[in-house]
Design a binder for this molecule. Structure first.
Ligand SMILES: Cc1ncc(COP(=O)(O)O)c(C=O)c1O
Length: 326
């Protein structure tokens, strides 16, 4: 199969292995060769490939219905149930979920809603961050290499040093929102200090700025906790979810206070539109995955697995390992 001729994207050095089956953390190619999958679809398959409860939920949903209509004309139970379970594990103010198809779309929704709710235009993000590849998300990612070819991008965006107390001075009453990964993922898995996250949260509160936490890669049990960091979450913090929450189906979400989310319902009506966001099959899969994550001992095993990687992954190119302290 000629991947490079048939598909729109490739990159130099792409392996183009034809994978015919994936099971737990093993991939099988067309010649029957097995590979240990250490990338998991870029932080997606956090409980391995084809978890039986996820597969069963997908089958059941396929038997019922697939795409119907997303804006409330018809109630789709998988979406409602997933939102209920998700928010039941979050602080009370994070009580409304807007499902998207991808992480970048959730980030776009967060930026739009922040402008709308605060009536401000400034957005602050961090150097070396990654938030997605659509134009808005691209504007805030913290690496000129990715941004440069697509200018002009969104105006009024500031990139600050991550985990720097001095940076916080730039957050002002002009800032609509600050968007931060709870653990910088693409930057090389860099957790901030708990003190810095706390100071960031306080500075946002004192300036009336919304704090948007991008948990798209760090969340979902990956650090041993449901969220990327066990930080104090309270009023005016939003979450963007994605990757593992999709349970290997396309799904993302913005979670926010319902009172703020309501800004999307009026002038214009449907302030953030998606045809397929919160697809019933993806939500059924995500819900089953979240339940499995909570019921089975995946998060308890994270520390031991981390230690195993630390002891076995030895290579001159690996300069340091950082650990989430909280
Ligand atoms: C931290 C973070 N935010 C946002 C995104 C964008 O998600 P998606 O690729 O689903 O648009 C990613 C994807 O890698 C990510 O790692």
């Amino acid at each position: 199969m000629n991947f490079f001729a048939a598909c729109g994207t490739d990159f130099p050095g792409a392996l183009a292995l034809e994978i015919v089956k994936a099971d737990c953390c093993t991939l099988f190619d067309a010649g029957g060769k097995e590979y240990i999958d250490l990338i998991g679809g870029i932080s997606v398959a956090n409980m391995g490939h084809r978890h039986p409860k996820v597969i069963a939920a997908i089958h059941a949903q396929l038997e019922a219905y697939m795409h119907i209509m997303v804006y409330g004309e018809f109630v789709e139970a998988p979406k409602v149930q997933y939102a209920q379970v998700l928010t039941s594990h979050l602080p009370a103010s994070l009580n409304s979920v807007y499902f998207t198809n991808s992480g970048a779309e959730a980030v776009e929704a967060a930026m739009k809603l922040a402008k709308r709710v605060t009536n401000r235009t400034g957005i602050i993000a961090f150097k070396n961050s990654y938030h997605g590849s659509t134009q808005g998300a691209l504007s805030i990612i913290g690496d000129e290499y990715w941004r440069n070819a697509y200018r002009p991008l969104l105006p009024d965006i500031l990139h600050l040093d991550y985990n720097s107390f001095e940076s916080l001075e730039y957050i002002t009453t002009h800032t609509a929102c600050v968007i931060a990964e709870t653990v910088q993922a693409e930057a090389g898995i860099k957790p901030p200090s708990p003190e810095w996250i706390k100071a960031l949260r306080e500075k946002c509160s004192s300036t009336g700025t919304l704090l948007v936490l991008d948990e798209i890669q760090a969340g979902c049990g990956r650090t041993g906790k449901l969220g990327g960091l066990n930080i104090l979450i309270s009023y005016r913090i939003w979450y963007c979810w994605g990757k593992p929450w999709r349970a290997v189906c396309p799904l993302g979400a913005l979670v926010a206070d319902k009172q703020l989310m309501d800004a999307f319902t009026d002038k214009p009506v449907l302030g953030h539109i998606t045809t397929f966001g919160g697809h019933p099959v993806s939500c059924a899969a995500g819900l089953a995955a979240m339940k499995a994550l909570l019921e089975e001992e995946w998060m308890e095993q994270v520390k031991a697995k981390e230690a195993l990687f630390h002891s076995l992954l030895v290579h001159p190119s690996i300069k340091s390992f950082e650990t989430c302290k909280k």
